[in-house]
Design a protein around this ligand. Sequence first.
Ligand code: FES
Length: 135
Amino acid sequence: MVLETISKIIKVQLPAYLKKLPLPETIGGFARLTVSEWLRLLPLLGILALLGYLTIRPFLPKKKKQRDSLINLKIQKENPKVVNEIDIEDLKSTNACYCRCWRSKTFPVCDKSHLKHNELTGDNVGPLILKKKIR
Ligand code: FES
């Protein structure tokens, strides 16, 4: 019963539908179509657009995803916990930037690797900036 219905749709109804479509014989003919003719073409154009998209989708560039849900991918992995201590009194400059993205090659100091990380992932992380007032 189901196959019979599908067969009828493909062999009878679909050709009849396609035959009635107001397909122009030239590209310029599309410009002369009326609104109601465009509306009759919409389902076919929608299906063709969907099929085109599904065909090219595997070839579209994908955003690079992180390997997993880990935040720290490579810094001091031999340690069970990474802890850094910095005495405020030891700050030599008036500004010190500390990494919060865990991608810095000079961790715990920010080397601006967060810029590339944010670009690749769409994230919005940035450094912790400590400012020292000079009196
Ligand atoms: S490199 Fe990590 S916050 Fe800048």
